[in-house]
Design a protein around this ligand. Structure first.
Ligand code: SF4
Ligand code: SF4
Length: 203
């Protein structure tokens, strides 16, 4: 398939890959680290590239991060217009070819790994479970999408809780900040911005 690919990098500038089970070994081999990844939690609104419309996630997904403020994959090097892990790129990048998007359908229909498949630390998994229960993503998205005007106090409290939880984990457990969006998904304060809303969080 590569013989047809012009290696123009257009696809890498507009999206980053979702991890599949066959990509977990890239983490074990140190090609990709958890600081390069983030988690999308069930209930989050995403853009469905296959159906070409927004949808709500039913299952958790792990994705390679994009460069801040863009949709460009962090492994794409704009100076050399190339992938910095090309020889060991994730499965989605190996299968994807822009002129034959149907090739991705088989891979997309496969069950995807979750944080539980990657994290080998029972204590961290318990912390993630506690965060999932307290910061209910489906309820958060429902609430944000039903807002008429201002952010109410209950929503503001949940967003502040999410931020303070992350600060606590960083400070007490020494988890680097770059890894927090893998362990706990995107912060609620960032997801809020997707809806054109903002909340000032005082520390
Ligand atoms: S798959 Fe298409 S968009 Fe991506 S690098 Fe190849 S030619 Fe460019
Ligand atoms: S991992 Fe490499 S091939 Fe895949 S989207 Fe990123 S830059 Fe492109």
């Amino acid at each position: 398939m590569d013989i047809h690919c012009r290696r123009c990098g257009e696809c890498c500038r507009h999206t980053s890959p979702t991890l599949h089970y066959q990509d977990i070994e890239l983490i074990h081999r140190g090609v990709v680290s958890v600081k390069d990844l983030y988690t999308l939690r069930p209930g989050q609104r995403v853009y469905d590239n296959i159906r070409q419309r927004p949808s709500y996630l039913e299952d958790e997904l792990i994705k390679v991060k994009e460069r801040p403020g863009t949709r460009q994959c962090i492994f794409y090097n704009p100076l050399s217009a190339s992938c910095s892990i090309y020889q060991q790129r994730p499965a989605q990048c190996r299968v994807f070819f822009c002129e034959r998007p149907e090739l991705l359908k088989g891979l997309f229909s496969q069950k995807k790994p979750t944080r539980q498949d990657i994290i080998n630390d029972a204590e961290m998994l318990k912390i993630i479970d506690a965060h999932n229960r307290r910061v209910d993503m489906k309820a958060f998205v429902r609430k944000v999408e039903s807002l008429r005007g201002e952010i109410d106090e209950a929503l503001a409290e949940l967003i502040r809780y999410d931020q303070h939880f992350r600060d606590f984990i960083h400070e007490r457990l020494r988890i680097p900040r770059q890894e927090l969006s893998f362990y706990f998904g995107r912060p609620l304060s960032e997801i809020l911005k997707d809806y054109g809303l903002e909340l000032e969080i005082r520390v």
